[in-house]
Design a protein around this ligand. Sequence first.
Ligand code: TYD
Ligand code: MG
Length: 428
Amino acid sequence: MEETRSAQGAGRGGAGSAGGARRTGRALTPVRLREVEAPRVERMHTGIGELDRVLGGGLVPGSLVLIGGSPGIGKSTLTSGALGNLAAAGRRVLYVSGEESASQVKLRAARLGPGALDVPIVAETDLDTVLATIEGERPEAVVVDSVQVLYDPALSGSPGSVGQVREVAGRLMRLAKERGVAVILVGHVTKEGSIAGPRVLEHLVDCVLSFEGERERAYRTLRALKNRFGSTNEVGVFEMHEHGLVEVEDASARFVGEATRAPGSVVLCAMEGSRPLLVEVQALVAPSELVPPRRVANGVDRNRLALVLAVLARHGGVGLGSSDVFVSVAGGVRVDEPGADLAIALALASAAGGFALGGERPLAAFGELGLTGELREAAHADRRLAEAAKFGLDGVVSPGAGAGTLRQALSRAQSATKPLEMRAINAN
Ligand code: TYD
Ligand code: MG
């Protein structure tokens, strides 16, 4: 909080208060909110629809946006692409590369299409030089890649230390506000999210975007963790290709098409912010040699998995206490909502029993599990059902309509499964 105030307040005339000078304050006349002038900001469209949507409708001039993600996830690719599109649309842009040489950045840009090569670049890590260059060039949008490698030699800490990272972000923030430049800061986070960089900046910047996914997998999700100019609910889905990141607008179709429909597979009707998304939840249950047995969760919260396992054992008749359990959301997507409980439970039951769920189309489900085994409503049920229907998934197991408890949901799931499939399984 303190840093926010000092960063924003600096340069607004606090000079006289230094040293032993007498402090006198000038009384202000408050203005009624209704009379406050709020100029309509015209957002810059990056030409990357998923990015614009997550930003809340485009890049706001004078804003400071932090894009965090683990190394190799595609932050440089995404930001280069955005600047390339802005340049192609006639905007003044600047790419400050502290991590890679100009020629390395060029190699990447060459794969990204024509606009990307029109982006002016400086390869520099000295903060004063970078600030002076931005002052001189007066771009409308700047990418600083990354906040961890820029440094102020006047400060003692090494690049990437908390002090340096704060200084870099604070001074870029001031410049952004004074000159109306949109500044995108790239920041690396480790798997534990622990690095000094992005975490200490969250309160300072206007938007924090998190770029996630598994490096070996093609899918990437971009979500806003904080957004002063929009909702934090939006999620963008991308796929890493040979020629850069491609937006996945029909993510549901993609994930349903890829669903294996084997034992342990269930399609979850998830909500990613305001957007329904169908994703495949996979579970594997195997006899364990370990005490306690393994519980591995990819793309779902570990604590929710623990809860689902307990409810399954206590109220669903599916005890997995001596089994290793693996649950993952296919495609490297992360779902962080209680509405995922039922799909996880059904996937586990299906994996444990060795039977596939669903008929010609995969079985879909959503709903929250309560501690007493009851099935609770999940937000936006209508939109989840509509998304499922859109892709021909008609047998959705969800709260209400005869499924008030986990047990009822389990039997609904079994009865929604085509006998043909059952016979095929029994024959194995
Ligand atoms: P990069 O944007 O450099 O990641 P970050 O800046 O987050 O560290 O890209 C990471 C990976 O993406 C890199 O291993 C190469 C791969 N990639 C592609 O597969 N296709 C492409 O067109 C580009 C530019 C990168
Ligand atoms: Mg990079």
